[in-house]
Design a protein around this ligand. Structure first.
Ligand code: PDD
Length: 286
């Protein structure tokens, strides 16, 4: 982190290492807030409208007035961070907590002023060799709450699950609820079976990933066969190909799931989608 790197916190641009918050901030005490993580490709904000739309929806679902997204000029703030920090390929992290209350109480005071943080993080997606080789994943019970469509900052379950995967040298944990795939601990999941690309349909059990949307746009642009459907644990294990999608790594092939080898390397359909996604991103950068 450069000493000069600045972040936006509650109306001010502050050096990242000096930015600080009250201990009574409800984000700190309760994880009472929501966030967005937005890729910046060649200084441009990727799928911006979709990210802001999801941010508003998350706020609405936790009863914080989403008007804040219209009132604060996030596009201007992000562009200003891109310029002052000379970001080229980075993420922008937006964090909105309910704000600082007068005391620690589960019941919040209505209409306290939300805390707003916007900061950058370096973007380091996997290189092509890692992609071609593919990654390992584990299967885990989806023991998170039933509002996983909210991009909440309360990420304890996701953190525990992803760290369990990491301890098995795995990139991701694929989550099963009531016998069916929901998503990964920090990604959405697609499978390929008999040339058909499938992903679970949106519901309260998974995050409506913006990369998921980006990839479905790519899939329809290239007229590949696609369906949203329930995917049982058995169907997941019986997939020809599996890949995860997220803003940090748009397409990550999963070649091993627990002890089951899915494919020797990244599968052909996964690589087709990966290459189309990369081409789109390169085109977006111009
Ligand atoms: N997480 N599902 C979960 C649980 C996630 O945490 C994420 C992303 C996704 C993919 O969403 P998107 O395509 O909009 O990035 C799905 C981000 C990367 C994070 O928490 O850092």
């Amino acid at each position: 982190m450069s000493q000069q790197e600045v972040v936006y916190l509650d109306g001010n641009y502050t050096p990242k290492f000096k930015a600080s918050l009250s201990i009574l901030d409800r984000g700190f005490l309760f994880g009472d807030g929501v966030y967005e993580l937005i890729p910046i490709h060649n200084k441009k904000i990727f799928y911006m409208d979709d990210h802001f739309k999801r941010l508003k929806k998350s706020l609405e679902l936790i009863n914080i007035d989403p008007i804040i997204v219209d009132e604060i000029d996030f596009e201007k703030i992000i562009n200003s961070l891109i310029v002052s920090n000379d970001y080229t390929n980075h993420f922008i992290y937006i964090h909105i907590s309910r704000g600082v209350d007068n005391f620690r109480n589960h019941i919040y005071t209505e209409n306290i002023t939300p805390t707003v943080l916007v900061m950058g993080e370096k973007y380091q997606p996997f290189g092509i060799e890692h992609i071609k080789e593919g990654k390992k994943a584990i299967i885990e019970d989806d023991y998170r709450w039933l509002k996983s469509n909210i991009k909440s900052t309360s990420l304890l379950a996701n953190v525990m699950i992803k760290n369990k995967a990491n301890s098995y040298d795995a990139y991701e944990a694929l989550l099963i609820r009531d016998g069916f795939l929901t998503e990964g601990s920090a990604s959405n999941v697609f499978i390929v079976k008999d040339q058909i690309i499938k992903t679970p349909k949106l519901s309260n059990k998974l995050l409506p990933g913006i990369t998921r949307k980006f990839l479905t746009d790519i899939i329809s642009m290239h007229t590949l066969t696609f369906e949203e459907s329930d995917i049982s644990k058995d169907a997941l294990l019986d997939s020809d190909e599996i890949f995860c999608s997220s803003s940090t790594n748009p397409v990550v092939p999963i070649t091993q799931l627990d002890n089951k080898l899915i494919s020797n390397n990244a599968g052909p359909m996964t690589m087709t989608i990966y290459n189309h996604a990369q081409d789109f991103i390169k085109g977006f950068q111009k």
